[in-house]
Design a protein around this ligand. Sequence first.
Ligand code: C2E
Ligand code: MG
Ligand code: MG
Length: 570
Amino acid sequence: MIGAADILRAQVLVVDDSPVNVLLLERMLGAAGYSAVSSTTDPRAVCGLYREHRHDLILLDLKMPGMDGFEVMQGLSEIETEGYLPVLVLTAEPGHKLRALQAGAKDFISKPFDQVEVLTRIHNLLEVRLLLREARSYGQLLERYDPLTGLPNRVLCRELLTRALAASTGGATDVAVLCVAVDRLKDVNDALGRLGGDALLRSVRDRLVACLGPRDAAAHLEGGVFALVVTGAADAPRGAEAVATRVRAALQRPLQLEGAEVAVTASIGIAVSAVDATDAETLMKCADTALHEAKSAGRDHWRFYSEEMNARAREALAMENALRSALEHDEFVLHYQPKMRVVDGAWSGAEALIRWDRPGHGLCPPSAFVPVLEHSGLIVPVGSWVIRTACRQIAEWARCGLGFVRVAVNVSAQQFLRDGFVQEVAHALGDNGVPPEWLDIEITESCLMSRREQTDQVLRELKASGIRIAIDDFGTGYSSLSYLKRFPVDSLKLDISFVRDLATDPATAAIAVAILGMAHSLKLKVIAEGVETETQLEFLRRHACDEVQGYLCARPMPAAEWASVQAARA
Ligand code: C2E
Ligand code: MG
Ligand code: MG
């Protein structure tokens, strides 16, 4: 808000070649309470004065010898960078009023003056001017600060870093940037709600700021990613390491949020000036690359930037580009691995597993590219392709006399939670004339837990349409078992890590048996993944596991092989 006092403090410049008029206006303004009024009778001095003082209002006489008011306005508009001329013209000629307004003046006063009118017009114009200035500076504030934490944002962070680099004596390694990302912020947001997540970030901010020295700075770059600019350490890598250690220790103490205790960890990427880069932009990029490495090291880690990281990042980018065109060029294929019923050894269906026939690289397994698909969002179109292709394959096998084969497809969280997913599946089935009961969907435990309400809704719709749902890699995720009761799932896929050690590790065997018992009491089927030996199969049979999948039965195979292998078994 603009108060009366602000208006009276505003800077007003009076320009008139007549000293009498100047005196008159100055007296009038002084009597009204204005305290920052200056004047000149020389029109040629106006631009220089304005450049220096940026007056809030110029009372400008139009008719002056040497240089008239129009010329002054022309000069002012050339130096006015914000495109607003704070000019009130004084004129005795009615014909000049419109011309002055068109030239950019904001208002006019007719000579001879009416005191009340003059003061009212001045007051109103100043009010507009100050409001504009306030809005502008608020805008500038927003442009450079993050409203959530009040910390500098990325723009200001880059400026601070540039300044720190310039101040660092030539080539000395005395500036470090730490990119600090709160791990699993999305889960925190899901659990605490958006406001809770915001409160958490503010608590994290306080902890981070407390880790810094007086010459260091903190910024909030984007949701949950902070940058710490550490300056002045004699040995910057050591200094950065010390800050990273302090940050981890500071976050180890649980945060208090509305009575609840929340524990968070952070991943940290570090880059050091001169060693990694000499300019702010590159240095921040290096810290960000190191952050990615820290995250993929399993979070709650910190990493210094290295050249190899850069090479890896470049390779990931190249792969992302290659994946983008892979879909267009039809380079993906699905292989199918049978699932076998334990009681009678019959094949109960297949799991469709994607491979990428990458030119020059051969057949790549999903572990080599699915993470990149997920990271880049390409998993959405590729996932749609998988569903369409699997449905087409079911129809194809049926057409060539194999009957319907039940096929399970893996669906990632991003794909699953997108609007229209259920309709997309229905179309894929409908277009190929496949009844829904022949398609299974496998989603991982962490996918189920990520957005519970929405997940629940999608599952119910899928279920209602006749599609069956399996929880993949069961036992590796959040292990809050209560949700099993709640979500409408049909089966669990016991993760390969349990199956592998069944015969050798009693604790693993005990967990597997417990999962089997619990699943059965909830009327869920259990499919064991990665069964490779007769011993494992025997163990699973003894504990009433329903189905198995693994190399013991068959490796994933191209669709064309499926028919012959199945025929040979029959
Ligand atoms: P998953 O869904 O758990 O698939 C089972 C994985 O175990 C497959 O690996 C399969 O080849 C492997 N496997 C099967 N039997 C054995 C065995 O006896 N021993 C061992 N050691 N491994 C066995 P694959 O094909 O490399 O797929 C890996 C993961 O990639 C899958 O795990 C799944 O999470 C993901 N994936 C595969 N295809 C797709 C897809 O179309 N979309 C999505 N979103 N993810 C996919
Ligand atoms: Mg699977
Ligand atoms: Mg699995």
